[in-house]
Design a protein around this ligand. Structure first.
Ligand code: PLP
Ligand code: COI
Length: 340
């Protein structure tokens, strides 16, 4: 029985659900793992996660398809990216197959919280790992906890598919050069001040430029950029210090294989941005969110087709991606994983 929730008015917030998946690592191995009911974690004050922020996370969504299945989108890529993150953070990888199994278990256990088809909402899954044992010298933990909790969510940006305004940040994107694969707690803690500064100035998010030269487009605090040129090409920034978005990688395939578009994955000079016809943000939480304008230190860059609503090419990309995810358009092999 579906829970009594007003699905279509959900924002991107935390609603505690009945079950979470938990697996613990000790003496060099992961235990069996399984579903638990306690949403709270009790840890020693000296746990590595508190002292040295040994923590990382992932994000993916589960939802109903048109034909009534509960599915999720490319969970193996989240598993692989988390394993890459763990390697960089001296954490033990959580095996890819066990990760996908855990995703299925936790969604099935919380099936009543999966928003009905057509509401626009989804069940957001937050897999994460923390170093749990006390560590006082600067070194990694030896004991870890891997968890996945879930929460029903609506759109990440208020306004949903209405264009948002960004501001160019003078702060660095938190991920250092060469660590683009990582999705770690500390990265995001370092972006909390910049994003609040952006909000206080009336903007939805920051546009980060590369830390070394401040001339190339990186990403925002929680999504990659996609741009459409005036002649209809998809351009998306390539950099070692941005997160390799699964949504962005999927959109590149959708653009090329489904819509016959030319796709360029390359460095994007900031000076080129004002030449684009459309600008969007993409990610699990953001899906595709149009950007209407970017404030560059007082100078406003306004995208011709994006001020009032999503532009035509982003709309086509959005509809095709959503169609694939919702089972209305045939998906490439392995993209849509049925849970039940
Ligand atoms: N970039 C950052 C910094 C993010 O936090 C996210 C969200 O996960 C993304 C990009 C988008 O990645 P994905 O499409 O895999 O959700
Ligand atoms: C996601 O899209 O899954 C993210 O982790 C972005 C985050 C800012 C909510």
């Amino acid at each position: 029985m579906s829970k009594n929730i007003d699905w279509s008015s959900l924002g991107f917030g935390y609603i505690q659900t009945d079950y979470r998946y938990v697996c613990r690592y000790k003496d060099g191995k992961w235990d069996e793992g399984g579903i638990e009911t306690d949403a709270n974690i009790t840890l020693n004050e000296c746990a590595c996660v508190f002292q040295y922020c040994q923590a990382c996370f992932e994000g993916l969504k589960a939802y109903y398809t048109k034909d009534g299945r509960i599915v999720c989108f490319r969970p193996d890529l989240n598993a692989q990216r988390m394993a890459d993150t763990c390697q960089r953070l001296e954490m033990p990888a959580f095996p890819v197959e066990k990760f996908v199994e855990a995703v299925k278990m936790v969604v099935a256990a919380n099936a009543d919280y999966v928003p009905p088809y057509g509401t626009g909402a989804a069940l957001y899954l937050r897999p994460f790992m923390i170093g749990t044992n006390p560590v006082i010298g600067v070194k990694p933990a030896t004991e870890f906890e891997f968890r996945i909790f879930v929460t029903p969510v609506g759109p990440y940006f208020r306004g949903g598919v209405k264009p948002i305004a960004l501001t160019v940040s003078d702060f660095d994107r938190a991920a250092p050069h060469g660590t683009g694969a990582i999705k770690a707690g500390l990265n995001y803690a370092m972006s909390l001040h910049p994003v609040m500064e952006a909000h206080r100035a009336g903007y939805a998010e920051n546009m980060y430029l590369d830390a070394a030269t401040r001339t190339k487009v990186e990403e925002t605090g929680g999504a990659n950029f996609i741009f459409i040129t005036k002649d209809g090409k998809l351009v998306t920034p390539k950099s070692d210090s941005i997160l390799p978005s699964i949504t962005r990688r999927s959109i590149m395939v959708v653009a090329e294989k489904y819509l016959g578009m030319e796709v360029e994955h390359r460095e994007v000079p900031f000076t080129e941005v004002e030449t684009f016809a459309e600008c969007g943000l993409c990610g699990t939480a953001a899906v595709i969110s149009p950007v209407g304008s970017i404030n560059d230190h007082g100078r406003e860059i306004v995208f011709p087709s994006d001020k009032e609503e999503m532009g035509p090419v982003l709309t086509r990309l959005y509809n095709t991606l959503r169609g694939i995810q919702m089972g209305e358009i045939e998906a490439p092999e392995g993209w849509v994983v049925t849970i039940q």
